[in-house]
Design a protein around this ligand. Structure first.
Ligand SMILES: [Zn+2]
Length: 322
């Protein structure tokens, strides 16, 4: 029986595990709810149970190591997770050590957005290049950067917070407490904010009927649906959001000269309206040579990027390469 690597993604609502063969193929799988309010020990137990279930679906393959994606902030070298906002009662939790005790194999903890980027780099939209960055466009904006074929982590491991680049001085309040972050405009939350602002300023749109007149009930999907239905304002909201994402990407292109910029997360389902707006702004704002070089493409691994990246990062770290 061939050895496999475990990739475990600890989310606020669910734990997802894949048993990954050395060629990146997922050979076993498990998803279960995160007992988010039950504290670190119970969550580690759930993660270990998920890992064992994934190995079982892989025909009881033996695990060589486990990579774990967790929400930050954390010390990736010691595997201690500080205090993620969506996990109650977590404070300096030695997650890598706790998982090693439960699984009996080397365990490595990393930032979940970085690992999604690493997954795409190894086997998805970033394969074959050495320089790439990734934006995960969901409720927030996650980021990951690969330079020289390795994750860029920074001295404290906090690098690549692409969503928190300032794009507007004294701009919208961001979930992080600062103002004018890319995330406040370029996330689904930001998109909804843009829609509400526009309607409050007098724009006429079918969105008002779609949300039953309660603007705070507007969702990203509603905006997307009304845009598909031909509503001009909803289309504009998507273009405007793409424009903000393009502003952020233009800076990344000038800063990093990447070969590929990969876009993941739920928002990419908004389709060509969004993608065209992103590309057009990025090409317009960035320097010509790196702008011509950078391919802005959609992620390929979907929700598997995080677990595949976790497994591959564990392999590299076991070998002392990451
Ligand atoms: Zn922020």
């Amino acid at each position: 029986m061939d050895e496999v690597l475990l990739g475990i993604d600890l989310g606020g609502t669910r734990v997802k595990t894949a048993a990954v063969a050395l060629d990146g193929k997922i050979v076993g799988h498990d998803v279960r709810p995160t007992p988010a309010d039950a504290g670190p020990e119970a969550i580690a137990d759930a993660m270990a149970a998920s890992a064992r279930a994934a190995l079982q679906t892989a025909g009881d393959a033996p695990a060589r190591a486990a990579g774990i994606g967790a929400p930050g902030p954390m010390n990736w070298q010691t595997g201690v997770v500080f205090s993620p906002p969506n996990l109650v009662g977590w404070h300096n939790v030695p997650l890598a050590a706790m998982m090693r005790e439960r699984l009996g194999v080397p365990c490595f903890v990393d930032n979940d957005a970085n690992l999604a980027c690493y997954g795409e780099f190894c086997f998805g939209a970033g394969r074959g290049v050495q320089e790439m960055c990734m934006l995960t466009l969901g409720t927030g904006v996650g980021g990951g950067i690969v330079v020289f074929g390795r994750l860029l982590r920074g001295i404290d491991g906090t690098a690549a917070e692409i969503g928190h680049m300032t794009v507007q001085r004294d701009g919208r309040l961001c979930g992080c407490g600062a103002r004018g972050c890319l995330e406040a405009y370029a996330s689904v939350t930001g998109l909804v904010h843009t829609a509400i602002e526009g309607i409050e300023a007098g724009s006429v749109t079918t969105l008002v009927a779609a949300c039953g007149g309660n603007l705070h009930a507007i969702t990203g999907k509603m905006v997307s649906d009304e845009a598909t239905g031909g509503d001009d304002f909803a289309q504009w909201v998507i273009e405007e959001t793409g424009d903000w994402i393009g502003v952020g990407i233009a800076s990344l292109i000038n800063l990093l000269n990447p070969e590929r910029v990969v876009l993941g997360g739920g928002m990419i389902h908004a389709g060509d309206t969004l993608l065209n707006a992103i590309r057009s702004r990025a090409m317009k704002d960035a320097f010509e040579v790196p702008a011509r070089r950078a391919q802005i493409v959609l992620a390929e691994l979907g929700e598997d990027a995080g677990v595949v990246g976790a497994a591959m990062a564990a392999r590299e770290r076991l070998a002392g390469r990451e």
